[in-house]
Structure formats: structure tokens, C-alpha cells
Design a protein around this ligand. Structure first.
Ligand SMILES: Nc1ncnc2c1ncn2[C@@H]1O[C@H](COP(=O)(O)OP(=O)(O)OP(=O)(O)O)[C@@H](O)[C@H]1O
Ligand SMILES: [Mg+2]
Length: 945
């Protein structure tokens, strides 16, 4: 199912729909969903509908293999295809990539993010292992294991998702230019801290609390923990059928070790347990103050013990408030039980969010990469929210979505337009709703938007929520996306509505100012930051060491807008890839609720997206891809074509009477989806008619598996050699030059092509000429390039030995018994690992040696001479990074100490400096090889390259 087949009504690319309306999109998604085809695309954008069940084999290693090295449009849509595309683009363009995953809660963002990470870890794995960089394995493990840790502390069961991420996350993976992961960095956004102290009906606190309550009893007794039912902060809902807290604890606990926090995990557990005890502290009101109630003194004691605080200090801190200005510090008791509860909860929330931030910082230390050549970002961030009651948090979340939507519109449109420009195509721009105006309503500083007005109110002495709504209404009332509710009702409702791109959301200003400012009373900062005997906890409150100043710290809202801005800037600098996730029902089952999907299709802007993509052309493809996919539909292009893909493309289109297209510089653009169907149908027919072709496809499929296995074997087999990993960054393909399709080659050989690639043939004087190396089941051939003249042909049984150096050069020395006189072929190819592994599998003796005696035939005007030579492979001197090693030939019959020939491999950049060791320099002559011609440079004249 993973190869592409396009069926009407179940189009895998929505751009191909005949009619585009929300209904058509929903119909198609539904038809596909019914067949477990949860992935669909809009051009390069992946749409994913949560199956809420395991689909067999969908994420297997085999499936990864299928997507490995393949292009997006060749294959059925899949999250692995998107990951592969990003990974390949990263390596081929050197430009940072970002995969942006959006969708509402429970739509499958986090699962998608995990699959992407698993894919990247898997495909980059063998490259890394051959690099013998053992730490790469650990880095990957740490990157993957950061998930259970972050999910334990940052996810919770909500009514919409049993494992809902209550924070936004950008995971950056840093890779080197070979695609080997070197490390990573995680940024998190806005943890939903209110959840620490209260949860909605049927919801839970963060998983970590329940996991600790289900931890082994020895740990629980250290933490003085009972059951989750016994704590105010966790009692609402304790068990969830889909969650096993006990086993999740052990997974998280192990993951803490893998991410390098093993030594400090007790600090985190202590804080989580301390918070649970703290939550059970109650208060009794006295005349003008409150006390911790006697019945909760046990809880107070446990909390104080776990947080390293003195019991009475803690009691005092949560029942008093200290306000300071530049000139004075005033401490007064809190007078109501309600105020004390708020203060207790504020401490609990501060402890938890700061511990969470520290956790992220520590994970980042563990996965820190010294080198960050390339970055692949994966953004898993909360989707648009419309709740019953919307407050500050929803405003932040929805602003994030507005900004991401803006980025999406800008980048998809811009990318589209850029492509047309690049390819020299004419098109009419499409109109779309630019939601910039909504972003500005919320974040603009001047004129003041919502956040600025919140800041203004926070600064005003005596600022309050009521005054806030007045200011919002009077300043923004006339904004087209702001609806003041003042006039609609007689009770002055503390509410306002924002017309978001995704729908109208009414926000309540009650408590908004406090959340925006988010300051912690000095008493709480001091009891934790100075009073705790636990250095870890003290370090979470560094402001305790600063002298009291009247200066206001930056507000939470402002900090959020700033972080969001940085995120968007970073995404702007990256090549984006989109995964739009859709939640098909509210009951977490495998079921398709059309209305619910329809709403998401609308707010994700899918129809707009299709229109934009189609406004120009439904289909585009590089000429050579087009030719390869459709060449079988006409005799004129099957099987080889003219060798000019653009011309062949036009031939195919003409034969099929397709006329509505434009020729770009490197791609063909076809306007009508119907024409794409015609192409696909003709292709199917052509394939069906020629049974042999099907067999061929089957053989190709088998061959692919073979080459994948071969590559795996080469990893084991060549692993002990000291080589640069660069020699391994290839996919094993076998026939690199399409020899099987080339009659000039196939007419001269025995059997099918197993391997074919260009090689340099090195002669006795280190001169090079280019040729093709063809290996079949039984024979090895060397042909002259372009003329296809056979230079060497011998049975694999005649290979007496096959020798490679242990360096990352491309040399292969093939000792052949049947050559007359018997001789050694010196070949140079990029694919020596593949050839060696293949021959080794065939039973050929493959050796590694850096000192080899060879027999070479020197041809000149005066006839041929057979020479014995000793080749010595070495790393003579210090080569500039990335340069190939040097082949030193010790000339026979001459004192090798006095006379040697060095051949500097030709791929050495011509501007590069070669510094040879003194002792080598004093006894060598240099053959400078460029374009296959060896030039002798006496060492005296050697100035380096
Ligand atoms: N590809 C999938 N295959 C099978 N089940 C899935 C898949 N994607 C998601 N699910 C199921 O849906 C649940 C919710 O998915 P996920 O946690 O990824 O949602 P989310 O978009 O991250 O939501 P939130 O915004 O609440 O964090 C998962 O726990 C899993 O049970
Ligand atoms: Mg999530």
C-alpha cells in the first residue's frame, strides 16, 4: 500500500480532487479513513487523521525501509515520508529544516512527533554506527528518551486526550553534514501550571504525581507518599483505564538515567511529593490572620521535610504577604483562608513550573552538541482552543496558532510563488485571508494591542480586571476582529470576543491580570530560595539573592510574546514541512465524525491550502522523474527515451493529448488534475499489458531488499576498519548508471546487472581513465567510458584476491588470475564498500592491507612490461580536513627510502594546502593528479595544492 496508487474518490493528494469544497475534502478523508489510510496530502503538506488504534505494520522497521531514500511524491503519504523529505533536504541543501505539527488536542501531534524522531534515529543509525562514534548511539537514545520524561512531567489526562501535552515543545536535532545526530536542544512553551493545583471534572494533574504514588514502596516511603486518592491535588480523578502509572513510572525513571538526570532524579521526586503534601495543608481563620490548621500539621511537616524547609518558616510564608517598594518593606498576615490557599497554591505552582524548566535545562545539558552544523526542528505545539471558559492561557495558545497560521500562509504562498518565479512560470496570485490583522490586535505595542493594555493595567497602581475590560473595550472596540460585549448586556460582563481566523473566542478577564503579571510574593521566594536547606530547591529561586528592588520583573505575558517571537523568527529561517493532524471524534475511538472533521478542515485552512496549490498547477515534477514514471506509456519513450528528459516529457504529453501545461526550467507543470489521472491510468494500463514489466518491477523490488540487507551486512563486515564515515553515507543502490536499461551494456554482458557504476582505472604510471564497472551474478566487467569498449572481463571465480586499504580512499586492488599476463587491476570508486560487501557475500576473499605487492602492466610505444610494485597506503602528513588520503608507491628496485611517488587523490580541492610530514617530504616526488592526468612534481618544487 505504500507505493502510490491514485484512485478516484480516495485521492491521496487532495490537490487532485475534481471539485474542491469542504465536503469533498471530508468525503475523501472519510473514504480513506475507512481503509485505514490515515495519511493524505496537499502537495507537500501531510494531513493525518488519528486512527485511535494500532494499524498493523504502519510504523514497522520495514515501513521505514520503504521510505528510506525515496522521494515524497513516489510514495503514499506517510509521516515517514515527511521525515525522510526533511532529512534529505537537510543533507542535500544544507539548509535547516523544521517540521511543524499542528492540530487540536488529541489529534495526534505528539505521536507524529515521536514517529518522526524514531525515523530520524533509525535512518541515521547505521551511518553513525559506522562512524564508530559510540556516543552517537547514546545521544539518540537521550533524544528519544526525553519523551517519557517530558511527558511524565508535562502531560496529563484531560477530557480530550488521556495523554495531553500541557506545554508546547520545539525539539531541535543537530546533525553533522553526514546526517549523523550530534545532539539536540529542547525549548518548551507555557506549561499549564494551573493544573498543579486544580483540574476539571474527569481530568487529572500531571502524570508525574500519579506515577510517584504508584512507585515502588521503598521510594514511596522515602517520599512519605500514600495513594493519589489521599491528596487534594490529585484526588479528583486518580486512575485512567488507558494508563498504567506503575509501569509508566519505571519507564520514566529509566529514561531519567538515559537523559543524564539519574543523579538528580530524587530532587525532582522530592519536589513533586513535597507539592502533594503541601496541597493538603489547610487553614483556620483567626481575627486578622490565619493559621495552618492543626489537622494538617502532618501534611505541613511532610511538605517542609521534603522541601528542606523549617516547618514554622513554611507556615509563616504561606500565611503572610510581604510587599516591598523602593523605600519600604511591609509584611502583613493574610486575613482570609481563601488568600492563604491561594498563597499555598502559588508556591506549589512555582515549585512545579520551575522544576519543569530545570528538568528541560538538564536534559539539554545531556544532549548538548558541541557542533551544530545542521538543525532539524520538530514543533509539537498546542492547537487552537475554544473552551467553555477562556482566559489568559487560551489567549496565549490562540495567539500562537494565529502566528503559526500566518507563517503557514506566508511560507506556503511564498514558496509557491518563488517556485513559479524560479521556474519562469506565469500565474495569477490567489486571494487569501491574511490573519496578520488578528496577530496585531493581540500583540501590537503601538497602537496598543491586548497584551500592551494588560501591561498598562498591571503598571497602574491599583490596576484590576474590571478596569482592564473598560480599557480593552475603549481602545479596541472599533477593531474589526474585536467584539466588545459591553453593549450587548446590562450586567457589565468582564468578557470580550476575538474573531480569530479559526472562529470567535470569548475571553473572560477575571483573574487575567494576575496571570499576566504572575508575581510571587516575596515570602514564598524567600522560604524556598533562602530558607530551604536543599541547594537544588534554593537554586530554583535565584531572585531570593537579589536585594529587594522596586523594579517590576517582566510580566509572564510579555515573556510569552517574546519567546513566541523568537520561535517564529527561527521557523522563518528554516525550510518548513507541515503535518496537519485531525481528530476524527471526541470519544477516542476509530470512528469518523463528519461534523467534527469538517470544523477542523475549515480552521486548518485545508481548502484554502488546496486552492493556493491549485491556483497554479495541480501537479509538478522534475523532468527526469516525470520521464521515469511515465516513460512506459508511449513507445517513443520506452524504455530508454532520448536521453533528454524534458524532450521525452513533451513527447509523452503530446501522445496523451495533454496540452494544459507549462514548461519550467527544471520541472513540468500540469494544470488539471484530470490530466494527472490520464497519465496514471495510461501508466497502469501499460504496466498491466506488459507482464514482463511487472516481473521486472518485482525483481527490482527484491533487488532493493537485497541491497538494503547488503548495506546492513557491510556495516558488520567493514566495521573494524578505521575509516571516515563519509565513505558510508551512500545508500546501496546497485545499478547507479541504469546499465540494465542500456543496450550497449547489456548486449555485451552475461546475465543481469547487479552493480554498475563509473570507476577510475589507474594504470602503472598512476594515470587515470574513466570506465564503467559492471558486476553480474558471474562476471565482472570494466568498460571504457562512453565507447563501452570492454577493457577487462573475467569470471568472479578468477578473482584471486580483492584488497582494500583501511583508509577512506576509493582504491580497490583486484588480483585476477585470468588476465594475461595475470595482473592486478587498480580501481578507484566511490562505492568500494558496496562492491567489497557484495563480493564478500559471493565468497571472494576480501582483505584489508595498507602494504600490497601488485603486478601491473606498463604499456608504452615500445611494448608492454610487467612490473612488480609495492603499494603503500598511508596518511602521509596532515591533510586538510575532508581531504582524501594519499597513495604512496614505493618504486621497485630503488631504495624506497630515497624515492617514492605520492599520488594525491584528485578530489582534493585545488585550493587546499597539503602539508606533508618533514620526513616524507624529504624523500618524495609528487604526482599531481588533476582530471585524470598525473603530473610529476619534484618535491623541491612542491608548494602544495
Ligand atoms: N498514529 C497513531 N496511531 C495510533 N494511535 C494514535 C496515533 N496518533 C494518535 N493516536 C492516539 O491518540 C492519542 C492522542 O494523540 P496525541 O497525544 O499525539 O495528541 P496531541 O495532538 O499531541 O494532543 P495534545 O494537544 O492534547 O497533546 C494517543 O495517545 C494515541 O492513543
Ligand atoms: Mg501532545
Amino acid at each position: 500500500m505504500e507505493r502510490r496508487r491514485i484512485v478516484e474518490g480516495e485521492e491521496d493528494d487532495l490537490v487532485l480532487l475534481k471539485n474542491i469544497s469542504e465536503k469533498d475534502v471530508v468525503n475523501t478523508l472519510e473514504a480513506r479513513y475507512a481503509k485505514d489510510a490515515i495519511y493524505t496530502r496537499i502537495g507537500p503538506v501531510l494531513v493525518s487523521v488519528n486512527p485511535f488504534k494500532d494499524i498493523r505494520g504502519l510504523y514497522s522497521v520495514d515501513m521505514m525501509r520503504k521510505y528510506y531514500g525515496r522521494y515524497l511524491f513516489e510514495m503514499a503519504p506517510h509521516v515517514f515520508g515527511t521525515a525522510e523529505e526533511a532529512y534529505r533536504a537537510l543533507l542535500s541543501t544544507g539548509k535547516n529544516q523544521a517540521i511543524l505539527i499542528s492540530g487540536e488536542s488529541g489529534a495526534g501531534k505528539t505521536e507524529a512527533a515521536k514517529k518522526i524522531m524514531e525515523y530520524i534515529a533509525a535512518v541515521s543509525k547505521d551511518r553513525a554506527e559506522v562512524a564508530q562514534d559510540i556516543s552517537v548511539g547514546e545521544i539518540k537514545d537521550a533524544l528519544l528518551k526525553s519523551n517519557p520524561v517530558l511527558e511524565s512531567f508535562g502531560n496529563a489526562k484531560t477530557n480530550r486526550n488521556d495523554n495531553s501535552s500541557r506545554f508546547g515543545k520545539l525539539m531541535r536535532i543537530f546533525l553533522d553534514y553526514d546526517g549523523v545526530p550530534l545532539g539536540g536542544a529542547i525549548s518548551t512553551y507555557l506549561l499549564e501550571k494551573a493544573r498543579v493545583v486544580s483540574q476539571g471534572e474527569g481530568e487529572r494533574n500531571f502524570h508525574s504525581f500519579y506515577q510517584l504514588c504508584s512507585a515502588p514502596s521503598s521510594l514511596k516511603s522515602k517520599l512519605r507518599l500514600k495513594s493519589a486518592r489521599d491528596y487534594r491535588y490529585t484526588a479528583t480523578t486518580t486512575s485512567v483505564s488507558s494508563i498504567n502509572d506503575g509501569s509508566d513510572f519505571s519507564e520514566m525513571d529509566k529514561a531519567m538515567d538515559a537523559v543524564g538526570i539519574g543523579a538528580d532524579k530524587m530532587e525532582f521526586y522530592g519536589i513533586v511529593a513535597g507539592i502533594l503534601h503541601l496541597g493538603n495543608v489547610d487553614f483556620d481563620a483567626k481575627r486578622d490572620s490565619c493559621d495552618v490548621s492543626r489537622s494538617s500539621s502532618g501534611a505541613l511537616g511532610d511538605a517542609a521535610a521534603l522541601l528542606g524547609m523549617d516547618t514554622s518558616d513554611l507556615a509563616r510564608a504561606i500565611t503572610h504577604k510581604t510587599i516591598q517598594s523602593r523605600t519600604e518593606v511591609i509584611t502583613s498576615p493574610l486575613t482570609t483562608v481563601d488568600e492563604c490557599c491561594k498563597s499555598r497554591d502559588a508556591l506549589a505552582k512555582a515549585l512545579y513550573t520551575r522544576a519543569f524548566s530545570r528538568l528541560v535545562e538538564m536534559i539539554n545539558v545531556g544532549i548538548h552538541a558541541k557542533l551544530q552544523e545542521l538543525t532539524l526542528g520538530i514543533l509539537d505545539i498546542y492547537g487552537f482552543e475554544i473552551m467553555q471558559h477562556n482566559s489568559f492561557e487560551q489567549l496565549c495558545i490562540n495567539l500562537t496558532n494565529e502566528k503559526l497560521q500566518q507563517l503557514f500562509i506566508e511560507l506556503t504562498l511564498r514558496a509557491e510563488q518563488d517556485e513559479y518565479k524560479r521556474e519562469g512560470i506565469t500565474w495569477t496570485p490567489v486571494k487569501y485571508f491574511d490573519n496578520k490583522v488578528v496577530c496585531e490586535l493581540i500583540e501590537s505595542r503601538r497602537p496598543a494591542g491586548i497584551f500592551q493594555l494588560l501591561d498598562d493595567e498591571a503598571l497602574r497602581p491599583g490596576g484590576n480586571d474590571k478596569a482592564l475590560i473598560g480599557n480593552l473595550n475603549s481602545n479596541l472596540g472599533r477593531h474589526p476582529h474585536y467584539v466588545s460585549l459591553e453593549t450587548k448586556t446590562k450586567n457589565d460582563l468582564a468578557e470580550f470576543t476575538v474573531r480569530h481566523y479559526a472562529g470567535d473566542v470569548t475571553y473572560s478577564t477575571e483573574g487575567m491580570l494576575d496571570k499576566h503579571v504572575d508575581t510571587l510574593f516575596r515570602d514564598l521566594i524567600m522560604v524556598a530560595g533562602k530558607g530551604s536547606s536543599n541547594a537544588f530547591i534554593r537554586s530554583l529561586f535565584p531572585e531570593a539573592d537579589e536585594p529587594p528592588s522596586g523594579k517590576r520583573p517582566i510580566t509572564a505575558g510579555t515573556a510569552f510574546v517574546r519567546d513566541l517571537g523568537l520561535l517564529i523568527d527561527e521557523l522563518h529561517e528554516s525550510e518548513p514541512h507541515y503535518v496537519r493532524t485531525i481528530k476524527p471524534n471526541e470519544s477516542k475511538r476509530n470512528m469518523f465524525d463528519r461534523d467534527l472533521v469538517d470544523f477542523q478542515v475549515r480552521y486548518l485552512g485545508l481548502v484554502e491550502n488546496i486552492r493556493v496549490r491549485r491556483a497554479g498547477f495541480a501537479y509538478r515534477s522534475p523532468y527526469d522523474f516525470f520521464f521515469r514514471r511515465y516513460r512506459m506509456v508511449t513507445d517513443a519513450t520506452w524504455p530508454l527515451g532520448s536521453g533528454r528528459p524534458q524532450r521525452d516529457t513533451l513527447t509523452i504529453l503530446r501522445e496523451l493529448r495533454i496540452s494544459d501545461f507549462q514548461e519550467g526550467k527544471s520541472k513540468i507543470f500540469i494544470r488539471e488534475p484530470g490530466d494527472v489521472f490520464t497519465l496514471e491510468k495510461s501508466r497502469d494500463e501499460a504496466l498491466n499489458m506488459v507482464a514482463g514489466i511487472i516481473q521486472k518491477a518485482y525483481r527490482a523490488f527484491k533487488a532493493r531488499l537485497y541491497f538494503l540487507r547488503l548495506r546492513e551486512k557491510s556495516v558488520e563486515f567493514l566495521n573494524h576498519q578505521k575509516r571516515r564515515r563519509a565513505s558510508y553515507t551512500f545508500y546501496f543502490v546497485g545499478d547507479y548508471i541504469h546499465a540494465q536499461d542500456n543496450e550497449q551494456i547489456t548486449s555485451q554482458i552475461d546475465g543481469r546487472v547487479r552493480f554498475a557504476e563509473t570507476v577510475s582505472v589507474v594504470d602503472a604510471k598512476a594515470r587515470r581513465s574513466s570506465g564503467y564497472m559492471i558486476i553480474t551474478r558471474s562476471h565482472l566487467y570494466i568498460m571504457q567510458a562512453l565507447t563501452y569498449k570492454i577493457l577487462h572481463a573475467f569470471s568472479l571465480n578468477d578473482i584471486r584476491s580483492f584488497t582494500l586499504s583501511s583508509y577512506a580512499d576509493g582504491y580497490m586492488l583486484v588480483d585476477v588470475a585470468s588476465e594475461k599476463p595475470s595482473a592486478t587491476l587498480i580501481l578507484d570508486t566511490m562505492r568500494k564498500a558496496e562492491v567489497a560487501t557484495m563480493l564478500h557475500e559471493d565468497g571472494v576473499d576480501v582483505n584489508f592491507s595498507d602494504d600490497v605487492n601488485v603486478t601491473v602492466i606498463s604499456k608504452s610505444l615500445f611494448g608492454s612490461k610487467v612490473l612488480q610494485k609495492n603499494l603503500h597506503f598511508t596518511e602521509a602528513g596532515h591533510l586538510p580536513d575532508g581531504a582524501t588520503r594519499v597513495l604512496v608507491t614505493k618504486k621497485d628496485g630503488v631504495d624506497p627510502k630515497r624515492e617514492m611517488v605520492i599520488e594525491v587523490a584528485p578530489d582534493l580541492a585545488s585550493g587546499a594546502k597539503v602539508q606533508l610530514d618533514e620526513d616524507v617530504l624529504s624523500r618524495v616526488q609528487i604526482h599531481k593528479t588533476a582530471h585524470g592526468v598525473a603530473k610529476k612534481v619534484p618535491y623541491k618544487n612542491f608548494r602544495g595544492y
